[in-house]
Design a protein around this ligand. Structure first.
Ligand code: TZP
Ligand code: MG
Length: 229
């Protein structure tokens, strides 16, 4: 797969905590989500030790690689390198973008969370491939979010990116997105000059009893503008 020819439309971020995953198996859920049409996967695990992270990342990579779906690692550039995956997603407090790029090289997919206009513009200037814009809506999945920006906040960031000429940087919205609100986010957040490239979800897929069906349903909604747009 050409590494930068990325479909961000249905972006799964994993969560291994019992509150979200329940007693399901992480690898099985990711397999089901990929079968259901997830277009990119981020392995996000804030608690496991490094060796465990690398081992699970390699297992997930076997699944995603077969499907031509990029796998990114949250926070950990070292784990991404060790597992040989396609990239990383970093937060504002993680390793900075320029250093991350220097370590992983031009072909790696590097994304960063952007909560404000300033963070979004800086990340675009520093060569992020994509921005995870949010938190859109309050979510129990990530309780210590800096602020909830709503659909209006996402739209403001998209407009500012377009005005600054950052057509190249891809964008996904994250935070509290599910089958009930995904079309609203996808199509009503877009500014006239810049659309969202996708949405990222955790619980809408990871907490589902049927992750394949949940992913299929989300992907279908993501690809269809609602009738009122
Ligand atoms: N970053 C901002 S919100 C969030 C992350 C990782 C969690 C989103 O989880 P959910 O379950 O899709 O609301
Ligand atoms: Mg982080």
């Amino acid at each position: 797969m050409p590494s930068k020819d990325v479909d961000y439309s249905c972006y799964l971020v994993t969560d291994s905590t019992p509150a979200i995953l329940g007693d399901k198996d992480l690898v099985a859920v990711v397999k089901a989500a990929v079968e259901g049409g997830a277009t990119i996967v981020q392995y996000r695990d804030k608690t496991s030790e490094t060796a465990e992270l690398v081992q699970v990342a390699k297992q997930l990579h076997q699944i995603t690689k077969r499907a031509g779906v990029p796998l990114l690692i949250n926070d950990r550039v070292d784990v991404a390198l060790a597992a040989g995956v396609e990239g990383v997603h970093v937060g504002q407090d993680d390793l900075d973008l320029k250093t991350t790029r220097r370590i992983l090289g031009p072909d790696a997919i590097i994304g960063i969370t952007a909560n404000t206009l300033e963070e979004a513009l800086e990340a675009a200037r520093d060569g992020a491939d994509y921005l995870g814009i949010g938190t859109v809506y309050a979510t129990p999945t990530k309780e210590n979010t800096k602020s909830i920006i709503g659909a209006a906040g996402v739209q403001q960031i998209l407009t500012a990116l377009a005005s600054a000429g950052h057509d190249e940087v891809k964008t996904v919205a994250i935070g509290g997105i599910n089958a009930r609100n995904v079309q609203r986010i996808m199509y009503q957040c877009a500014s006239p000059e810049k659309k969202l490239d996708g949405v990222a979800v955790v619980s809408a897929i990871m907490a589902s009893d049927d992750p394949k069906d949940a992913t299929q349903h989300l992907c279908k909604l993501i690809s269809q503008p609602p009738p009122f747009v």
